[in-house]
Design a protein around this ligand. Structure first.
Ligand code: NDP
Ligand code: DGY
Length: 330
């Protein structure tokens, strides 16, 4: 009787998500669900209307949850659950000020993202997309000793910007390729990881100067925004390869374009760009030595299913005032 009389809490889901997560919400008996049931992003006007009066929000990294959205939600909003580990799209100070809790999806996507990072590194350094095109367009005329050469990992120095969960998982995967030395940079040294992986904590400039491969796996913050810019690329070796699977805004893309065109670096592989999607007339897309993927780091079926279930469970826990499986400490 009592349960039936209780008001169902209202949640808004900003996109079509794997059904496993939605089922968790529907079967909970805790909330009613309103959803923007599309694979395409929700228009801002629909987001503002949809979130009004809701208790919970399940959103994506492409939804900017700022003051305007929080004002539109009103005072009932108690939990925001994002289907991502990155949370740079959330206005954290505003959210904290309002006492709203935040859930996110760390750990479960680490393996998939690290795997994709290695795939992108190899595709870029060994020129796989360029080679595939040559086979299809008749450019493969014979075996040529000087044709389609790239750079190998064996005996190399790899520099990792942000040796967090994904950065460490990338290093573990690259070690068996015969990498000679790992360097990393971050806010703090990580002595345990350093011992296990044989990594050395160095300043950003040294990492740029000494690495054959630079891999960006840090979070996007005011400190990391635009961190890889002209000065950074000019310090890199002319034979080095730059890989970014964190967030596009960590890189100054105009400076990266200059570095690729002027031969300051050999090649770049990006899974993330500014903006996303990258307009098809962006100059980076005209370069053979730049491999760009559409932000697919965590895109395995199993990972996305787990992300949707975790995001749903975070949301429910927040609605019930319980401890979340993965709560962001604000
Ligand atoms: P973690 O929090 O474990 O790692 C983030 C790392 O960023 C930490 O090691 C941190 O270093 C580092 N960092 C923070 N500030 C700086 C700085 N000023 N300079 C250098 N490093 C810094 O997160 P995850 O590894 O789980 O995820 C990392 C990011 O990857 C996410 O925030 C997201 O943006 C992105 N991502 C992208 C995916 C994709 O599809 N391409 C998939 C999943 C994640 P310290 O510990 O010293 O503070
Ligand atoms: C994240 O989780 O932050 C990624 O960018 C998408 O999985």
């Amino acid at each position: 009787m009592r349960a039936a009389a209780q008001r169902l809490m209202k949640v808004f889901v900003t996109r079509r998500i794997p059904p496993e997560g939605l089922a968790v919400l529907h079967q909970s008996g805790v909330c009613s669900v309103q959803q923007w049931d599309s694979d395409e992003p929700i228009p801002q006007s629909e987001l503002l209307a949809g979130i009004a009066g809701k208790d919970g929000l399940l959103c994506l990294l492409s939804d900017r949850i700022d003051k305007e959205v929080l004002d539109a939600a009103g005072p009932n909003l108690k939990v925001i659950s994002t289907l991502s580990v990155g949370y740079d799209h959330l206005a954290i100070p505003e959210i904290k000020k309002r006492g709203i809790r935040v859930g996110y999806t760390p750990d479960i996507l680490t393996d998939a993202t690290a795997e994709l990072t290695v795939a992108l590194l190899l595709a870029t350094s060994r020129r796989l997309p360029e080679s595939v095109v040559e086979v299809k367009n008749g450019g493969w005329t014979t075996w040529k000793p000087l044709w389609m050469c790239g750079y190998g990992l064996s005996g190399s120095t790899v520099g990792i910007i942000g040796l967090g969960r994904i950065g460490q998982a990338v290093a573990h995967r690259l070690k068996p390729f015969g990498v000679q030395k790992f360097l990393y940079t971050g806010r703090h040294p990580k002595p345990e990881a350093a011992v296990e992986l044989g990594t050395e904590f160095v300043p950003l400039a040294q990492l740029a100067e000494e690495s054959d491969f630079v891999i960006v796996t840090c979070s996007l913050t005011p400190d990391t925004q635009g961190m890889c810019s002209r000065d950074f690329f000019c310090r890199m070796k002319k034979t080095s390869v730059f890989i970014n699977t964190s967030r596009g805004a960590v890189v100054n893309q105009d400076d990266l374009y200059e570095a690729l065109v002027n031969g300051h670096i050999a090649a770049a592989g990006l899974d993330v760009t500014t903006p996303e999607p990258l307009p098809i007339d962006n100059p980076l897309l005209s370069l053979k030595n730049c491999v760009i993927l559409p932000h697919i780091g965590s895109a395995t079926y199993a990972t996305r299913n787990k992300m949707s279930v975790l995001a749903a469970n975070n949301l429910l826990a927040g609605l019930k005032g319980e401890s979340m499986p993965s709560e962001l400490r604000l």
